[in-house]
Design a protein around this ligand. Structure first.
Ligand code: GLN
Length: 294
């Protein structure tokens, strides 16, 4: 029997052009670069190999895989969910649609947490709503003497976070627990943490639909939406932190746009006082540091 010839595979060059056109038509600004990242991921070529490959044919499997990735991206699925990773403060963090994709401005929280626990030995830190685990893992790497509890209400998120912690060799330093914020610690004695850090959900419900399609359609709503005024989690976090922080311990929270004033006003009604706030590269007040007073 004569075998039928395999369907002609596209060349690398053709597929690059096709990918660019599809991604441009989908309205992506960075279409050329994204096309190359997706093709490199599909073919397991480095970018250099991809450029050098030119007219070489791809296997049917590579072409099919590439086409799947391109179509997913054209439907505005975040690149990071397709590639499976995001860099965060120099660490490669695995991501799935169960976790928020780490943002560069969130590294400000890591810097502030490291600063707050600084020279202290054996400090105890909580990362509330750990998601991918990025903050807890980065703090653990920066402060090898710190021990961390990382909580999340989402079990699938904790699976990703634990995998990331093991990958970065901090599986013993960071303990993960499924919890609604600081739930399991609420009944504990006062003053157990040297620092509490959190990038909580802070988007007002009414603004969810107006977010980029990558965010509103694909990132976990649970990680983003925070009631009508976006303040739900700050209220609960501040009142829990006022009890669970040691005196002089710090709560470090990420803020959404315009949230410095309302969150500071909340702090005024607790035993926490505003130490300072770091702006991100866009000039937005982003990392708020509060200290327990007594
Ligand atoms: N802590 C994670 C991050 O900063 C997840 C935050 C969240 O899900 N709101 O990326």
């Amino acid at each position: 029997m004569i075998a039928l010839p395999a369907a002609p595979a596209r060349s690398v060059r053709q597929l690059r052009m096709l990918a660019r056109d599809i991604l441009k038509a989908a309205g992506l600004e960075n279409a050329e670069q994204e096309a190359d990242w997706l093709l490199a991921h599909a073919t397991r070529f480095s970018r250099g190999q991809l450029l050098a490959a030119g007219n070489e044919p791809l296997t049917a499997r590579q072409a099919e895989q590439a086409r799947t990735y391109i179509d997913r991206r054209a439907a505005r699925e975040p690149l990071q969910y397709i590639l499976g990773t995001q860099e965060f403060g120099g660490l490669e963090i695995a991501v799935t649609p169960d976790v928020l994709i780490p943002r560069p401005e969130t590294t400000l929280l890591v810097e502030e947490a490291a600063q707050a626990i600084g020279a202290q030995r054996r400090s105890l830190v909580a990362d509330v709503g750990t998601g991918s685990g990025c903050i807890a893992i980065a703090v653990a790497k920066t402060c090898p003497q710190a021990m961390l509890w990382a909580t999340d209400i989402s079990w699938p998120a904790l699976v990703v976070a634990r995998r990331n912690a093991l990958q970065h060799g901090v599986g013993k330093q960071v303990k993960f627990v499924q919890a609604d914020l600081l739930g399991p610690f609420a009944a504990s004695d006062e003053g157990i943490f040297d620092a509490i850090v959190s990038n909580p959900p802070y988007i007002p419900e009414g603004e969810m639909e107006g977010l980029q399609p990558e965010v509103s359609r694909y990132e976990p709503r649970l990680a983003l939406a925070a009631g009508a005024d976006g303040m739900t989690y700050y209220r609960r976090l501040l009142s829990a932190a006022a009890v669970l922080l040691k005196p002089d311990g710090c709560l470090i929270v990420e803020l959404g746009i315009g949230q410095f004033n309302p969150v500071s006003a909340l702090a005024d009604r607790t035993r926490l006082s505003v130490l300072h706030c770091r702006k991100d590269q866009a000039g937005i007040e982003r990392a708020l540091v509060l200290r327990r007073l007594d």
